[in-house]
Write a protein that binds this ligand. Sequence first.
Ligand code: COD
Ligand code: ZN
Ligand code: ZN
Length: 376
Amino acid sequence: MHGKVWTKVIKCKAAVLWGPKQPLSIEDIEVAPPKAFEVRIKILAAGICRTDDHVITGALSTNFPVILGHEATGIVESIGEGVTTVKPGDKVIPLSIPQCRKCSSCINPNGNFCLAMNVADDGVLSDSTGRFTCKGKPVYRFARNSTFTEYTVTSELLVAKIDAAAPPEKVCLIGCGFATGYGAAINTAKVTPGSVCAVFGLGGVGLSIIMGCKASGASRIIGIDTNPCKFERAKSVGATECINPKDHAKPISEVLKEITGDSVEFTFEAIGHPETIIDALASCHESHGTSVVVGVPPLSKMIAYDPMLLFTGRTWKGCCFGGWKTKDDIPKLVSDFMAKKFDFDQLITHVLPFNKIHEAFDLLNKGESIRTVLIF
Ligand code: COD
Ligand code: ZN
Ligand code: ZN
């Protein structure tokens, strides 16, 4: 099977976005072979994340045409010269953040923002070219990843080898939403046993934050969302109560102060709005509270804040991908899933074949799905 197959271009199906505010179009594309230190992956399952939708709506800009998707499981189909950490046939999760193990971020035990981001920038790989073409035109990749395609090519630094027995249609969530939220609670906030937590936004990321708070032993976890349909699910993963901002005239920070007697230690923003990022900061205890920014406002909006919010002692932190060191930690999270330390029964609301990708985005936009997983 391996022989010289790896030298060939693969023709396959992919969902191509030709420009913002256009429908995704299932196209025949060509996927070039992996170059040195690259890996070509056959995608088995891919989740849909709000960030993909931000590109479709135009809220997040990228190069077009593009193949979206950044939360998947796959099998290594072929490898380029010099690849040593995976081989054809390995089950893998493609990553959006590399782990080079050499840069100043990688060698420090805290944080995960590897500086080897040039392995794929602006939708191309390290040699400034892409590996996808459609109708003779180059197609860019997205989030150093691109998974709404039957095959993708990525850098070896962006591939985590996982347990061969892991169910692809479930552990794909570890490629973005679950790891992002769960790690924000465990690695970034370092939620302490018995603490009071508040989570703004109860999408897939917010629910995963709640799961991380619960796993850390928080005694009270308050979920906040303007869509009350999200409350039942939030409670089933560990929220002890939920609040709808629409039911209150005052800011949620004041509501939380009243109902908790001013005892919220950890807050998380998983919506991506400047106003809720500030209100989440104001919601944590003024002397020793910590607020973690998980959501990112689209179009790089700037945020103004009152410095007094920090002067009194609050800690304001951010993280990407939950602070996990990607190549090392993602396989461990898959092992934790296999050991039943957590499950995704409440996160995966829909499973659809890849060709129903439009339906999957409709479900997201109607607020009906948490995660839809596409099966290839
Ligand atoms: N107040 C309270 N809740 C709100 C408000 C509001 N003003 N506005 C929207 N909400 C709720 C929605 O009803 C929804 O339930 C929830 O907030 C958001 O959930 P989803 O399903 O839209 O999104 P997620 O959970 O898939 O992702 C949320 C992020 C904030 C992580 C994402 O949008 C984002 O900002 N991504 C970029 C940053 C990042 O780290 N991304 C990693 C994943 S790509
Ligand atoms: Zn995502
Ligand atoms: Zn690095």
